[in-house]
Design a protein around this ligand. Structure first.
Ligand SMILES: [Zn+2]
Length: 306
């Protein structure tokens, strides 16, 4: 058990994985078969492909780069005086690169346990990146901004992460955290077909209320909470619905990643194209609700009482 509470409720069983909700903190954990268990270095060594550290083909990679630029703009607008940032699980490092280059950040540091992505950001983008888990990191001084995008769901020691983030953040510093929303409309509707379930990689799931409670417990003040992401929402909803209708895995998403053509792709792509716009509109309508595909929280570290 990740939070060490024994009081659990089983909520879903699929493909050798069991999901249980802790009745004390409401966080949802995935239990894996012992045999299937691999350490994280082994899993993430293939997360990014060789050399260029790409995860997708050229066109999709270009779109990802634009989204990383948008992330950099968001970070900079949120805290215009900030000069230092730590990005935990920094991907290929594009957001950090843009913050350093265009937004005058003096300190732009990342952590990346995947070897290929680590090498890319260090050698090609010339960034200060640590090939280490956050918990093994000792850094001084503290940061004005810490971001952790779609990483917390991969982590077994969630509470230790939040505690460490609190320790590394300046007083009144900004934390941006984003994870999939287990209470999203397609998670509720499609259950085991929900794309963001991704049980090969995801160990922990949150709802807006369980993540909020966790941050409050570690003395963060919640500034903003949203469940819409231009990058993730429409794709996640559409792929989940396609999986649910066809009763299959995420062929379209897999095709984007490894580009192996399978005839089933034609039917799946057709369905994907039909459902994409309706899914975009539904997610837009859910913008201020708690049922969008992600949980995006902006929090501040509380000032210590003098
Ligand atoms: Zn718990």
């Amino acid at each position: 058990m990740i939070c060490k509470n024994e009081n659990l409720e089983n909520i879903l069983e699929t493909k050798g994985h069991k999901l249980s909700k802790c009745l004390s903190c409401n966080i949802i954990f995935s239990h894996k078969d012992k045999q299937e268990f691999k350490n994280s270095t082994e899993i993430y060594s293939k997360y990014y492909q060789e050399e260029k550290a790409n995860r997708f083909g050229f066109a999709v990679e270009f779109v990802v780069k634009i989204f990383r630029f948008i992330r950099a703009c968001k970070v900079s607008l949120l805290n215009p005086k900030a000069k230092s940032v730590l990005d935990i699980g920094s991907g290929r490092g594009w957001m950090l690169y843009f913050l350093k280059k265009y937004f005058k950040y003096d300190v732009s540091i990342g952590t990346q346990i995947s070897e290929n992505a680590f090498k890319f950001s260090k050698e090609k983008l010339k960034l200060e990146i640590y090939n280490k888990d956050l918990l093994e990191l000792s850094l001084n001084p503290r940061f004005d901004v810490i971001t952790i995008w779609h990483v917390l769901e991969h982590v077994e020691t969630v509470e230790l992460y939040i505690e460490k983030i609190h320790e590394l953040l300046e007083e009144e510093g900004t934390l941006i955290v984003e994870v999939p929303n287990f209470n999203s409309w397609t998670s509720i509707l499609t259950k085991e077909y929900w794309l963001a379930l991704d049980l090969k990689h995801h160990l922990v799931f949150f709802t807006p209320s369980s993540l909020t409670s966790l941050l409050l417990k570690y003395n963060f003040e919640i500034k903003k909470i949203r469940t819409f992401s231009l990058e993730y929402s429409t794709f996640t909803s559409t792929q989940s619905l396609v999986n649910w209708i066809t009763g299959t895995d995420s062929y379209f998403f897999e095709w984007l990643q490894n580009k192996n053509f399978d005839p089933k792709i034609i039917w799946h792509t057709f369905l994907f194209a039909i459902l994409f716009l309706p899914c975009f509109l539904i997610n837009l309508c859910l913008y201020f609700s708690k049922y969008g595909e992600v949980i995006h929280i902006i929090a501040k570290k509380r000032k210590y009482d003098k």
